[in-house]
Design a protein around this ligand. Structure first.
Ligand code: FAD
Length: 310
């Protein structure tokens, strides 16, 4: 059994001392601003370094978690017992060619949208306000305002757990509502090729501004959150069900159902993961009792949480 100091030294050997930290507070890496310490936090500088880290943690059966921009996560107050592997700085290529864009998994959607606008390409506007990395957005098939990642992805470059690099064409990505094949296969997204269309810069600007205003007016962007807390249940809207259940403004500790948009649980100040978890549980129970609809979280739970259905 490998001990903590050996894990640290090996990670430093593979990834470099400046790219490895111990007991890293995850609250600094999530848009919820919540989450206790990860035993180890590694930001690989490139594909080879990532491969080395993956092979090491796998070889020693050390739990590991792939982190993008942390905008869809609730990390437990106890943090994460294992290695968090951040796909960020190091996976940041961004190039437009013809009507295509190739971007690294660590690039933010807002940066890609700006690059698309600069190259006079349309099709990316819907994603410009989603605060995720390209990798996280591909995994989640992120979507908004009628668009989804699957509409613009041509292919995705992934690394398997064994360290093999594969290029997966869109038809094989099994994209669905807020899901793709990536999680099921335990792949890591390295990059993606997107296919857009030639567009008029003024029209692109107008659409991005329109969507920005729609978000600002409807979403509680002044509080930390992880976006929509629940998936859209078939035939309903989560936010409306929650509002109609009388839960607007409902609080547990520092966590609250946003009165501006009931689909968002927000951190109004000092919320713990446990506050958010208990509020999610309460919302599910009340909505179920009232409407017979069991809301499923869209937010991913990382670390130790009691079973929501127990
Ligand atoms: C204010 C706000 C508004 C939002 N609006 C929207 C919206 O309109 N539409 C929408 O769909 N979402 C929305 N979200 C949620 C979130 O931004 C998206 O789900 C986004 O795609 C998550 O990307 P991320 O890089 O932050 O991923 P993370 O939150 O870091 O991770 C999400 C999941 O992806 C995995 N992952 C991340 N990167 C990789 C990688 N490179 N390889 C393999 N797995 C990876 C993680 O393991 C995790 O399972 C919103 C969030 C906020 C805070």
């Amino acid at each position: 059994m490998i001990d903590r100091e050996e894990i640290k030294q090996e990670l430093i050997r593979i990834a470099g001392a400046e790219r490895v930290t111990a007991d890293e507070m995850m609250s600094g890496h999530t848009t919820f601003r919540i989450g206790g310490p990860a035993d180890f936090f590694v930001t690989p500088r490139d594909v080879d370094s990532l491969r080395g880290v993956l092979q090491f943690v796998r070889g020693h059966e050390i739990p590991h978690f792939i982190l993008g921009n942390g905008s869809n996560l609730l990390v437990s107050d106890e943090g994460y017992r294992g290695v968090v592997i951040r796909i960020g700085n190091g996976f940041d290529e961004l190039a437009a060619e013809g009507t295509g864009i190739r971007a690294g998994a660590g690039v933010l959607l807002s940066q890609i949208a700006a690059a698309a606008r600069g190259a006079e390409l349309t099709g990316m506007e819907f994603a410009s306000g989603i605060p995720g990395s390209l990798g996280g957005a591909v995994v989640m098939n992120a979507g908004a305002y009628g668009g989804e990642l699957k509409d613009i992805v041509r292919s995705v470059t992934v690394m398997t757990e064994e360290g093999e690099v594969l290029v997966i064409g869109r038809p094989d990505m099994d994209f669905g509502y807020r899901t793709s094949i990536v999680k099921k296969k335990h792949w890591t997204v390295l990059a993606a090729d997107l296919l857009l269309q030639e567009g008029d810069p003024a029209a692109i600007d107008a659409r991005m501004n329109e969507l920005r205003e729609a978000r600002t007016s409807k979403q509680p962007l002044n509080y930390p959150s992880a976006g929509s807390t629940f998936k859209r249940p078939e035939g309903y809207f989560a936010g409306k069900l929650i509002m109609d259940s009388g839960l607007a403004g409902c609080r547990v500790g520092g966590a609250a159902v946003s009165a501006k948009h009931c689909g968002f649980v927000v951190n109004e100040g000092g919320a713990t993961a446990s506050d958010v978890y208990r509020l999610i549980r309460k919302v599910r129970r009340v909505v179920y009792e009232k409407y017979g609809v069991m809301l499923e979280p869209e937010v991913k739970f990382v670390g130790n949480f009691p079973d929501l259905n127990a």
